[in-house]
Design a protein around this ligand. Structure first.
Ligand code: ADP
Length: 377
């Protein structure tokens, strides 16, 4: 069978993990990424060195690939549309991405399509804050990631010191949700409309950055069905092809709200590499190349994923700590980044869980998080 060539816009850890599974599907992975030190460069068949939003570089990527996909949504959609008009195949389609790239527009799309979301408003003038009480949440409408650009504002005084720092940046104002827990789901839709979902997981964010994920979430079956229904409806509303993630809040009064959706593979799905028959990266490649979907169920009772977040500015590869974590029986992924910064995702760890009792499994997960984090500090 002929090898397929897939181009990826972005060359960070998501493309790196996709590049690891590509050979098993007879796929050559090409990437577009700015720096030689980006994680996926060493594994890609070919790299076009250019910024993510450089559509001229994407035209070159397209000359070398049959399908283009994304690991990063900081693209210039208008420029990419010119390539699509000339016949370049993007999955997910640009029309699926276009309502999602700006956090305000994404919220409007979700609300207009009947999905439950927190109250929100675009920021234009100070009066826009009148309908919100403190704490409130301010978000940069574009280019936010890992909590960069998401700020919880506790008082009017704090607001007045923060706003000038965002001069010239479009902002979204949002009600602060007191949640019971945060949840996420990763799912995929194929070119012919078939949908596959992974288990709903619990995620834990500190300073707006994901610290760990427990799969499956300890949640009653009604809530799981509700989230799966939201997922299916969203994939269809977007006429989506590929893997998509949804981050949700379970509020203290038991409501499910959609926080945001990411049109790509996602940190909350990294556990699938070790814990599921088919990983989210394999599923993404199956979805966009029209291959039959693999099984997305868990191979074990559960799993926990712990992010190895930078806790200092350094150039260490932390080999000793990684080996110590590995000796716990954990799967360690190191993204090969040469520079550590506080809060930067340097790698992740998966621990498989075996208990059949959901409450005991949850305890097992918490214990595994504690053990890994006691080494990683
Ligand atoms: P990013 O795009 O950087 O992931 P998010 O909008 O997902 O930004 O926010 C990151 C984290 O900030 C969330 O996981 C959550 O912990 C917190 N957060 C975001 N929005 C709200 C909100 N409206 N209420 C309470 N916490 C929030």
């Amino acid at each position: 069978m002929m090898k397929k060539k897939v181009g990826v816009i972005g060359g960070g850890q998501l493309a790196w993990m996709m590049a690891q599974v590509a050979p098993s599907q007879n796929i050559d992975l090409l990437i577009q990424t700015p720096s030689n030190s980006d994680s996926a460069v060493s594994l890609a068949t070919k790299t076009i060195f250019a910024p993510i939003d450089d559509a001229i570089a994407t035209a070159t990527l397209a000359q070398n690939s049959e399908i283009i996909t994304f690991e990063n949504e900081f693209v210039n959609l208008d420029e990419l549309q010119k390539l699509a008009d000339k016949g370049v195949c993007f999955y997910p389609r640009l029309s699926s991405l276009s309502p999602l790239l700006d956090k305000y527009e994404q919220r409007c799309f979700l609300k207009d399509n009947g999905f439950p979301v927190p109250n929100f408003k675009a920021y234009n003038s100070f009066n826009d804050f009148d309908s919100f009480s403190f704490p409130l949440v301010l978000k940069a409408r574009r280019h936010g990631y890992d909590g960069q650009g998401t700020i919880i504002v506790k008082s009017e005084a704090e607001l007045k010191t923060i706003l000038p720092k965002f001069d010239g940046v479009s902002l979204l104002i949002e009600e602060f949700i007191t949640f019971e827990k945060e949840l996420a789901i990763v799912a995929a839709r194929s070119v012919n409309g078939e949908i596959k979902v992974y288990p709903v997981v619990e995620t834990y964010q500190q300073n707006q950055v994901c610290r760990w994920v427990i799969a499956p979430a300890l949640l009653n079956s009604d809530k799981i069905t509700e989230i799966e229904t939201i997922t299916q409806k969203l994939l269809i509303a977007l006429d989506y092809v590929g893997v998509l993630a949804i981050e949700l809040f379970l509020t203290k009064d038991g409501k499910i709200l959609v926080n945001e959706t990411a049109p790509r593979t996602h940190n909350s799905g990294h556990y699938t590499l070790d814990a599921c028959e088919t990983s989210q990266f394999a599923l993404q490649l199956q979805a966009i190349t029209g291959k039959p979907f693999g099984d997305t169920t868990l191979k074990t009772s559960g799993a926990v994923m712990i992010n190895l977040l930078g806790y200092e500015s350094a150039n260490s590869d932390y080999l000793e700590k990684r080996q110590k974590i590995e000796s716990l029986g954990a799967f360690v992924y190191w993204y090969g980044k040469t520079e550590s910064r506080v809060g930067r995702k340097l790698g992740h760890v998966t621990v498989l869980l075996t208990d059949d009792n959901p409450e005991k499994l949850y305890q097992q997960a918490k214990l595994a998080i504690e053990k890994v984090e006691s080494i990683w500090r």
